[in-house]
Design a protein around this ligand. Structure first.
Ligand SMILES: *Cc1c(COP(=O)(O)O)cnc(C)c1O
Length: 457
């Protein structure tokens, strides 16, 4: 399968090139040339399949032409070594608004980015192996993070031979618990603390990729959500959510009620807390492959650029503002270009499939408290945006799920302050906190970053 650029001015690329380059020559984002629909039989039997089985079928549509079946199966099965359960969130007694949480925090770094990062690390290692005719030398992964990307990528690649990871993060703008997950690892992971905001980190990474002189000297790879090997695998769990919902609902459905196919299949709503829009973009790919989700809600924090776009048709990027849902503090979401491309730039078509919501920190906090007291479910600040947007947006006859994108313990300080509790820290997170922080201070000046990278060769 070939990959084209959203800017339309770069040559088509192979999967390997798209993964290694990350960004196309014309600064566009790569898109697969075709989106293969899955057959009806797949959806008919999906409720009896495991996460890994479903994921392999979906992965095969995207990568089956370029990665041999055995390797692809191993990559998928290794990536998804943890569950992604769908959990009902409702108050006892309440007949139920039909609200579910897709818990994406059961991976090693407790956030959904584990899925894409682990998949990409394994795919890159596959392409870098001598059996694939790879050139010698280290592959350098550059990743800008507003919090969770860094830890997921660093852990996904930790100890992988032939690969060095540089994690760029905004000084003082990620939580201490997030920070320790990529600054304490050592080995082939280097953390770089940038005196700026997330967009500055992203700009440094983008400049490095566009720098011909630097690229002639070192093999550079992106691991941001713009990378096709990170964002496409995120579609796996939307299919798995559907499978679990189908299983749950068909068990509880009255034999005489609406038939499954015609009844609820068309009224599933999916709500995605969004920042860089990689996660929701992979869901939209899923829909193109036949996943019966009727519509999507993109939930934003105060960084409401996409929300405004839906209302006005105007896309006006702005510098990001800091919020308590900081992994969504993005002022110019990269994957917006992919959504535009997917919908032929039609604002009308985009609005048919996606609606938006935006919440202040105060509203996020209020939602976390309310959900906890009414349902007993502890949300993290990101999931809270999703929960609220779904609760407000769900119409009669619809059933919906939102993505709980991270474990509340990743934002323990904020969560405990708001909810007045003491969120238990899972063991795998405690382990990170025992390490020593090591990071390289850096200004947001590209020249300094470039000199540093050159000195590392
Ligand atoms: C990255 C992240 C998001 C935003 O996802 P995008 O794909 O950038 O839209 C939301 N919540 C958490 C916890 C995240 O880490």
């Amino acid at each position: 399968m070939q990959y084209y650029s959203t800017n339309g001015k770069a040559p088509l690329a192979t999967l390997e090139k798209a993964v290694v380059k990350g960004l196309a020559e014309d600064r566009g984002l790569y898109m697969p040339e075709r989106i293969k629909p899955l057959p009806q039989e797949f959806f008919d039997g999906i409720q009896d399949m495991t996460l890994q089985e479903i994921a392999y079928q979906v992965a095969n549509c995207f990568f089956g032409e370029d990665v041999d079946a055995e390797s692809l199966r191993r990559i998928v099965y290794d990536t998804l070594s943890f569950d992604i359960p769908l959990v009902k969130v409702s108050s006892s007694g309440e007949a139920g608004k039909g609200l579910y949480s897709l818990e994406l925090f059961h991976g090693p770094t407790l956030a959904f980015k584990d899925v894409g990062a682990r998949f990409m690390a394994r795919l890159l290692a596959h392409f870098s192996s001598p059996s694939q005719g790879s050139r010698e030398g280290t592959t350098n992964v550059l990743v800008a993070t507003s919090g969770d990307t860094g830890s997921a990528v660093a852990n996904g690649f930790l100890g992988v031979e032939g690969i060095h990871v540089y994690v760029l993060y905004p000084k003082g703008k990620v939580s201490p618990i997030q920070e320790c997950q990529f600054t304490t690892l050592g080995q082939n992971i280097t953390a770089i603390e940038v005196d700026g905001v997330f967009d500055d980190c992203q700009a440094l990474v983008k400049s490095a990729f566009m720098d011909e002189e630097l690229n002639a000297q070192m093999r550079l790879t992106s691991a941001n959500s713009i990378n096709v090997a990170r964002f496409l695998p995120q579609s796996f769990y939307y299919f798995y959510a559907y499978a679990q919902l189908k299983r749950t609902l068909s068990n509880s459905l009255d034999k005489n009620s609406l038939s499954l196919r015609e009844g609820w299949g068309r009224s599933i709503v999916c709500c995605v807390p969004s920042g860089n829009f990689g996660n929701i973009c992979s869901a939209l790919f899923g829909k193109r492959m036949g996943l019966p989700i009727s519509r999507f809600i993109a939930a934003n924090n105060a960084n409401d650029i996409f929300y405004k776009y839906l209302q006005t048709g105007q896309y006006n990027p702005r510098p990001s503002v800091q919020t308590i849902a900081n992994a969504m503090d993005v002022g110019d979401p990269s994957n917006f270009a992919r959504i535009l491309d997917l919908y032929g730039k039609s604002h009308e078509a985009i609005c048919r499939d996606i609606s938006g919501a935006t919440y202040s920190d105060e509203q996020i906090a209020e939602t976390m408290r309310q959900c906890l007291s009414e349902t007993g479910y502890q949300l993290d600040p990101h999931g809270a945006c999703g929960y609220r947007a779904l609760q407000e947006g769900l119409r009669d006859g619809e059933v919906g799920f939102f993505l709980e994108t991270a474990h509340p313990a990743k934002f323990k300080q904020v969560v405990d302050n708001i909810c007045g509790g003491d969120v238990a820290i899972p063991k795998r997170l405690q382990a990170f906190m025992k390490g020593t922080k090591q990071s390289i201070p850096m200004s947001k000046d590209y020249k300094e970053f470039k000199e540093y990278l050159k000195s590392q060769r």
